[in-house]
Structures are given as C-alpha cells and as structure tokens.
Design a protein around this ligand. Structure first.
Ligand SMILES: *[C@@H]1O[C@H](CO)[C@@H](O)[C@H](O)[C@H]1NC(C)=O
Ligand SMILES: *[C@@H]1O[C@H](CO)[C@@H](O)[C@H](O)[C@H]1NC(C)=O
Length: 502
C-alpha cells in the first residue's frame, strides 16, 4: 500500500516537473488543429475539393458525373469519363468497371454476381455445419440515388431484414460514390441489426474483386512484396496440401513456379500496414488498387493480420474476420444485442501509365486518401464528418523497475481507443470502432477524428512486458473535443500495467 502511494507521488512529481513542456506540446497541437479546422472551413463544400492537378493528367475535366441506364432495368452505370462502374440492380454487385479502353477490368468469364461483391460468413449459434456452408452475398433489394450532381453521385443498394427471412439478420445499405475527376470508386456499407433480432455469429465480412485473369499478372502488397504471380489454373493442376488454401504447384504454366506452394495467407499483413495493395496489368499498363484510408472500422486492433490480394487475381478488403484469432474474436451477437457499423469507405483506385510507376503512384494516392480522412463527401448520417468527431492528446510515462529505477517515456507506445473492456480486450473486439496511434519517443500521443462514444484507452509498449488500460472511461462528445489525457503507466515486470498517478 505504502509502495503504491510512493509510486503515485513520484509520478505526480514527474508530471509537475514536466508540465511546462507538456503544455507547449498541447499548445502546438492546438495551433495545428485550429489551423486545419479553419482551412477546412474555408473550403466551402466538399464536392469541389478535387485534388489539384488531377484533371490535367488523368481526366476528362469537362465530363460531369452521370448516371446511365441503358435499357436493361437490372443494370445501372455511373460514369465520370474516367471510370464507368456498372452495378446489378437492385442486388448492388459491381459487375463492370470500364477504364482506359478496357471494357471491363473485372473477370467477364465469371457470372455477374462473382466479380465485385460483399459477403458475410455467418451461422446460428449451435449450428453444426462448418462456417463456409454459410458464406452468402450481402444482396440488396432496393436501389436509390442518394445524391447526384455534376460533381458526384452516391448510390445506395439496401435490404431490410424481415423475421420471415431465413438469411443473416442484417439490414444492409451498400453505398458507392463516384466523384468528378476521380480515377476510382469509393464504397462502404452500413450494416445494422436491431434490438431483439435472432442470435448470430458473423465471422467474416469483406468485399471481393475478381480481376481479368488474362490481364492482371503482377501483384504488389508492399515495397518488398511484389512480383509476377502464378495463375489461378496453376492451383487446379497442382496438389492441395494439408488445407485447401495451400497448393503445391506441380504443373504451373510458368515453370519458374514449379515446386512453389501457393497460399493466400502468405500475402497477409498487419492491418496497420494494410493500406494499399492490388494488381498490375502489363498490356495495357493499368493498375487496380484497394486503398483503405483508415483502420477505424476494422477489428482486433492495429496488429491483427488479414488477407490482402492473392492468386485469382483477387483483391480483398477484410472488414471482419477470425483469421489469426479464431473465435477469440468476439463475432457473436447474443440476447438480441443491437449493432450498427459503417464499414469503409474504402477506395478502389485505377491508374495507368508506365508499369514501373503504377505502384508508386498507388502509394501516393493512398497518402492522399489517408490525409482526406474522414471524407467530407460521404452522404450518410452514420458517417460523421471531421467536425463531429473528437480527439485525445496525452503522454504515457512508464515504470518498469527491472529496466530502470526512474520513470521512463513510453516511447513508440501503441495507444488506442476501443470499446470499454478489460485490459487487452481490444484484441478480441469485432463490434466497435477503434482509433490507434503510435506515440513519439517521449510517449506523447495524439489521436484524432474519434467518433462520438465511450471508450477505454489501451496501450502497449514495444519491448516492454505488460498491457495497459487507463482506468477512466473516455467519452468523446460531438465537436472537436480536445481532451488532455495524462496517464502514467506502471509496467510491473511480467504483470499487468497499472495506473500510477493521474
Ligand atoms: C478540374 O476540373 C474542375 C471542374 O471542371 C475545374 O473547376 C478545375 O479548375 C480543374 N482543375 C485543374 C487543376 O485543372
Ligand atoms: C465505462 O463504460 C462502460 C460501458 O459504457 C461501463 O460499463 C463501465 O461501468 C464504465 N466504467 C467506469 C469506470 O465508469
């Protein structure tokens, strides 16, 4: 008890000594963000915030965004003169993407509902069947145009669940946004279950794109993980190994791949690093990229791993999955628990030019998208704009007597907000939003664009044992709620972190 008190005292003393520096730090953030806020305020409406220089190099700037229906009532096309995206209606699958003279970058050998789609792996509790018996498309029943002008079109494909439905108890709203001058399409889904709906497990929710096999042969998921890939048919002529995803390539079309094992899990990466990946076609030289500008809607925290792109050629965005976690991830909805979440928006980006420049250009576009987050052009009340979000700023101080008798900065600590729970519970959470950052070398952190809600603040420090949770709930109010969180983290060797001082 006495020891604890002493620890607390020293932590507070440490804070008193450092308070002037911390105030300066806080003041700096204040300056930066009031600057950013006023800059955004001057921008008038979002729809005009087209990236400078974009028109000249890649677009037909005179071309407004159009919605086209060519006779067939079961098809809707939105077109901005750069890309034309065709949907099945009212299902809301992406069945065609026209770009740079390629009539469809998606695999036309596949049926309409097997090119660009959302799906879910679900089951009822106690169901004996394997999970893959219940992978179903998130298919809609109604189509509407949410907004349309020369600058932007947003379309919506919805389905309302009825108790008579045998399918997954979810209200579905799949949205697609095409903007003027933009070389790609934004997409997100608002998924909802109301209070009292049947118990369900939803182990996986993702969006899938299957590209033209005859065009896309080169895959890139990072600077040092990119190359020409085997073909889908090489897997068919090969020998499945211990599990179906792993196939020994025995008769590949390109002999170089003989003896190699192809397995989509070889191309996983940590969510925090999974911001852009995709495929390149050599002739014509075109890239197809999945850009994920934020981690807020993913599950299990920043170091949860998941799939990216793989042989097919296939491009995924995994919003929820039990990959690398199993059922420890809380994908179970019980006792009529209500839930609503916005997955995305993510951006499917297309580029062209010299094949050697396409990956670099895709990364640049990724940075542009990250900087634009949260997007101002999204027309859903479930997706709050920047001014409706809050931020938390603070510093973590560390005590681990086995390393140092004195307090230390929690340098490079991972600090994040996730729904309230136990220490480390963010790793198992698949329902809420999470907001993570990495502290600087003095343990200072700043988390911006947090959705309104009640959270716990969690942290861990690379190279230090233990896990941390701030004991006080953090409630983010609407509006820029710049909260100053001082936390002094006590790492006890081989134990849980404790709060030591305020
Ligand atoms: C891009 O196009 C828009 C709309 O046509 C136009 O207002 C803007 O000035 C153009 N920007 C550039 C850099 O050409
Ligand atoms: C924090 O919030 C959660 C969920 O809203 C609640 O269950 C818990 O009692 C709160 N804890 C404290 C210390 O206020």
């Amino acid at each position: 008890m006495e020891k604890r008190a002493g620890r607390q005292y020293r932590c507070s003393a440490w804070r008193r000594r450092n308070l002037p520096i911390l105030f300066l730090f806080f003041f700096f953030f204040f300056l930066v963000f009031s600057g950013a806020a006023s800059a955004a305020g001057n921008g008038k409406t979002h729809a005009r915030r087209i990236n400078p220089g974009r028109n000249s190099s890649r677009s037909n700037s005179g071309f407004g965004v159009q919605l086209v229906r060519r006779g067939d009532p079961q098809r809707v096309t939105i077109d901005n003169g750069i890309v034309a995206v065709t949907f099945s209606s009212p299902d809301g699958d992406v069945i065609g993407i026209k770009y740079k003279g390629i009539d469809n970058v998606l695999e036309t050998l596949n049926d309409d509902d097997n090119r660009g789609y959302w799906d879910v792996v679900w089951s009822k509790p106690g169901d004996q069947r394997g999970p893959f018996d219940k992978v179903i498309r998130l298919r809609a029943t109604d189509f509407r145009v949410v907004m349309q002008d020369d600058e932007q079109i947003e379309v919506s494909f919805t389905k309302k669940w009825e108790p008579s439905d045998a399918t997954v108890p979810l209200n579905i709203d799949k949205r697609y946004i095409l903007r003027r001058g933009s070389s790609g399409i934004y997409m997100y889904a608002v998924l909802e279950r109301l209070e009292g709906w049947p118990d369900v497990d939803m182990d996986q929710i993702r969006v899938v794109f299957k590209l033209q096999q005859k065009l896309f042969h080169f895959m890139a998921i990072s600077d040092d993980r990119q190359r020409v890939m085997p073909l889908a048919k090489d897997r068919i002529t090969g020998r499945p190994l211990a599990y179906p995803e792993a196939v020994l390539l025995t008769h590949p079309s390109n002999p170089e791949f003989r003896g190699e094992v192809d397995d989509k899990y070889q191309y996983s990466c940590e969510d925090k690093d999974n911001k852009v990946h995709g495929w390149i076609s050599e002739e014509p030289a075109v890239g197809f990229w999945m850009i994920t500008p934020s981690d807020e809607f993913r599950v299990g925290g920043p170091i949860k791993q998941d799939l990216t792109s793989h042989v097919g050629p296939i491009v995924l965005n995994m919003f929820t999955s039990t990959h690398y976690t199993g059922k420890d991830l809380n994908t179970a909805y019980r006792n009529g628990e209500p839930w609503k979440k916005v997955l995305g928006p993510v951006f499917v980006y297309l580029n062209s030019g010299d094949t050697s420049t396409l990956w670099r250009d895709a990364k640049e576009q990724m940075h542009t998208e990250v900087k634009s987050w949260p997007y101002e052009f999204v027309n859903s009340e479930d997706y709050p704009a920047a001014h409706q979000r809050g931020s938390v700023v603070g510093q973590l101080i560390l005590r681990d007597r086995y390393i140092n008798e004195r307090l230390m900065y929690a340098g490079s600590a991972y600090v994040g907000l996730a729904i309230p729970g136990d220490v480390g519970s963010w790793q198992r959470d698949a329902k809420g939003y999470q907001f993570w950052t990495q502290a600087d070398r003095k343990g200072r952190f700043f988390i911006d664009n947090i959705r309104v809600g009640t959270y716990n603040l969690y942290a861990w420090v690379p190279g230090i044992m233990g896990d941390y949770k701030y004991s006080v709930n953090i409630t983010i109010q609407p509006g820029k709620d710049r909260r100053w969180t001082w936390v002094c983290l006590c790492m006890i060797h081989q134990g849980m972190a404790q709060l030591c001082g305020k």
